[in-house]
Design a binder for this molecule. Structure first.
Ligand SMILES: C[S@@+](CC[C@H](N)C(=O)[O-])C[C@H]1O[C@@H](n2cnc3c(N)ncnc32)[C@H](O)[C@@H]1O
Length: 364
């Protein structure tokens, strides 16, 4: 995810993630109400994979506020104190930008909760045993911990040749990703199982796909352009111009897997220790739909908006680490041109699928 304030920052391109959080707020609130809490004066919450978006902080505000009211009754009026831990990869590099929205909030509120941050990946233990009451993570778990080695084995059945992602790839390639996705989610859950108190709650919101859909994205999702068509065309442009070799293009893969609800359930059952309180597939209208008329009049601005969107997702850093800054700029210029010439979603509405799950930590 891209930090900072530029046009490609996550903050300026994260309307989809914000819309998903808004759509799941009701479910989060009712999951907190269903937690069986005993008296508590010291409550610990974690928000994992926070990005830069201020909207993840508003989600924490909701958790704190609902818990505060709930505990006021249980505690007979004694106000609990809240500690909130935030995590994201390389948070230390953008500590200021990530925590700035929080500073404003704390000043306005007169310190409603104490905050801490960690830069470690959430696929490992981050907290002591049985410490946390609520853990939330939004729009982050679709990112895998790594690219399965198999998809980079040249000439093998699992080789993802000519594609940056797995949409439209051979079955074996998709299966290699599915395997890694299962391992990662189980690992994530095992860590949280240790860290969350019995009776505590895990709330996960992740990009997903509808059940029964073999491919990763449906035809009404702009993601099929973002990570597939336009990505592959931009890489091919670099190859055709002689800027990179085919082999180099083939070795670039995006570590993204969109699960269905069955796959999420299988990981939760395989880990044990959690009871699914509710799981839903949310269909989120793509906020870019509202700009169709503007984009039809000015396709170049559509091209730039699409290039900004893909960079703001985790992709800019990955491409830059792979190609270096100069070629990365060329890559996104080609990407923007390809997007400007693609009319598919200029006149058609796009939707994202998100899976929302609330799970209660149980002792068995
Ligand atoms: C699309 S952003 C979502 C940010 C925010 N939660 C929201 O809903 O707007 C995904 C975030 O997950 C973080 N992330 C991805 N994999 C991670 C990992 N293994 N450990 C911690 N953070 C991770 C990325 O760095 C990125 O900031």
């Amino acid at each position: 995810m891209q930090g900072g304030d530029g046009d490609v920052s996550f903050d300026k391109n994260s309307f989809g993630a914000a819309a998903a959080i808004a759509s799941s707020e009701q479910m989060l609130t009712s999951a907190i109400h269903s937690m069986e809490l005993t008296q508590g004066v010291h409550i610990q919450i974690a928000n994992l994979g926070i990005g830069d978006g201020g909207h993840t902080f508003s989600m924490v505000d909701t958790v704190v506020e609902v818990l505060r009211r709930k505990l006021a009754v249980i505690n007979g009026g004694t106000e609990p104190e809240f500690e909130v831990y935030f995590s994201d990869l390389r948070l230390s590099n953008r500590f200021f930008s990530s925590f700035r929205p929080l500073e404003d909030r704390v000043n306005d509120w007169g310190k409603k909760y104490y905050t801490y941050g960690t830069s470690l990946p959430f696929y490992m233990r981050l907290f002591p045993k049985g410490e946390l009451h609520v853990v939330v993570t939004t729009s982050a778990l679709q990112w895998l911990s790594l690219i399965p080695r198999k998809v980079m084995e040249k000439g093998s059945k699992t080789w993802n040749k000519g594609r940056a992602w797995i949409q439209g790839a051979e079955r074996e390639v998709v299966e290699a990703y599915a395997e890694q996705s299962h391992k990662d989610l189980v690992e994530f859950l095992k860590c949280r199982k240790e860290e969350i108190v019995v009776g505590g709650m895990l709330f996960m919101l992740m990009a997903g796909r509808p059940s029964g859909l073999e491919s990763q994205v449906s035809d009404d999702s702009r993601l099929k352009l973002i990570f597939t068509t336009l990505m592959d065309q931009a890489w091919q442009d670099l190859v055709d111009e002689g800027s990179i070799e085919e082999d180099r293009r083939d070795a670039f893969n995006i570590p993204l897997y969109l699960r269905n609800t069955e796959e999420v359930t299988a990981a939760i059952e395989s880990c044990g220790g959690f009871k699914i309180e509710k799981m839903e597939l949310l269909k989120i209208a793509d906020p870019m739909n509202a700009r169709q008329q503007e984009f039809i009049k000015d396709p170049d601005s559509y091209g730039r908006a699409m290039a900004n969107l893909v960079q703001a997702a985790q992709i800019k850093r990955k491409v830059e680490a792979y190609l270096g800054p100069d070629l990365t700029n060329t890559f996104y210029e080609r990407y923007a041109v390809r997007a400007a010439n693609n009319k598919e979603f200029l006149t058609k509405n796009s939707f994202y699928s998100m899976i929302a799950v609330s799970a209660i930590r149980v002792w068995y």
